[in-house]
Design a protein around this ligand. Sequence first.
Ligand SMILES: *[C@@H]1O[C@H](CO)[C@@H](O)[C@H](O)[C@H]1NC(C)=O
Ligand SMILES: *[C@@H]1O[C@H](CO)[C@@H](O)[C@H](O)[C@H]1NC(C)=O
Ligand SMILES: *[C@@H]1O[C@H](CO)[C@@H](O)[C@H](O)[C@H]1NC(C)=O
Length: 348
Amino acid sequence: MGKLMFLFFCLLSFTSISIALDCTQIPASEIYDSNTVNIPKKDGSLQTLPGNFNCVYNISTPTPASHGLYAIVTITNGLQGVNDYILVTKITGSQRKIVSAGNKVETYKVIPGSQLSVQVITKSVVMNSQFAISVQYHSVVIGPSVQMKTGWEMNYLDVKTINQGPFSSLTYVSKEHIVLTLATEALDISIYDNCYFIDGTFDNQRKIYEVDDFFYDDGSKFTTVSHHLTVVSFQENFIQIVLNPVSEVQQFSNFLSVRIVKAVTPFETVFNEAIQLVNFDSVGIVIDGFHIISKPCNAKVVSGPPNNSSKTILDLSTNPSKAQTFNVKDLTVISNGCFFHFTATASN
Ligand SMILES: *[C@@H]1O[C@H](CO)[C@@H](O)[C@H](O)[C@H]1NC(C)=O
Ligand SMILES: *[C@@H]1O[C@H](CO)[C@@H](O)[C@H](O)[C@H]1NC(C)=O
Ligand SMILES: *[C@@H]1O[C@H](CO)[C@@H](O)[C@H](O)[C@H]1NC(C)=O
């Protein structure tokens, strides 16, 4: 009898908790500009979790036409049990596990037309773990589309130049797949979630990238599956990129882009390589410190990208010894089987 009573109370308490906490998603009617939605408790306070809890909260923003919504998601971590955790699947698809010893508050961004999910899991032992999720929606105007330049013109972008408010975007349209290379040094970037790159457009997203998804790769680059690339900036100030049609990149075993500044940047070429140099802040690039290791040297400098309509501005088989100043914003050093050293500096 006592056992039955106990079972009855267990069932009762289990039912009442699961009624309070039934993985309720954000209703569509709550997704509008300037609205803040708190889950699971409406007042935003921490929810205490029962044992064996497992819920996925999907937080998505509608696919925009000319206007869209983005969301700022704040997760408050009140986990107590060492085996309890919150698994966040970011809009890029990468996952982050929040545990009791982790940050007490984490924020994430959900760009228009994307989804973040938060899975909250407790084990059988009730540790009084708690959590809260707050979602703030903001409306935005989707930025313009531009045709990627072709031929001898390089497509580079200092992301801060598109900033127009808390959210800005620019979509490139190409006849080919697009290779994005980061021209910023990894050291210069400390915050990753102010800038997103969409392989595609807002309403046809193939994949979303954050800088740390590709900057440790050889050459800090990725190639789109679609013929569109969309840059999204939340007032990003540090990131510079270069875009090329894939045909320009495929000819090389190594391909990179580097931002040239007043301080000297040293380079060593490899066998078959293109190094795109961009002076984002001004005009003028000085190349100096030539040290050619393999002679004769089949290498050259062209203005613009490594395209066959770009003009050759220096032939390295001439074995230059003096510093060369080029009155351009961007150029490419191309090595076709020549090993050499050089330095580059912004002349202005
Ligand atoms: C959450 O999103 C995932 C992936 O799109 C989907 O498989 C799942 O059914 C969604 N869950 C809910 C509760 O809507
Ligand atoms: C050069 O530019 C033209 C025009 O954009 C393009 O068709 C071609 O594939 C590019 N690639 C190379 C390697 O020159
Ligand atoms: C330019 O390069 C492309 C791709 O490598 C090639 O198909 C085309 O024939 C080249 N054009 C000229 C004029 O060399």
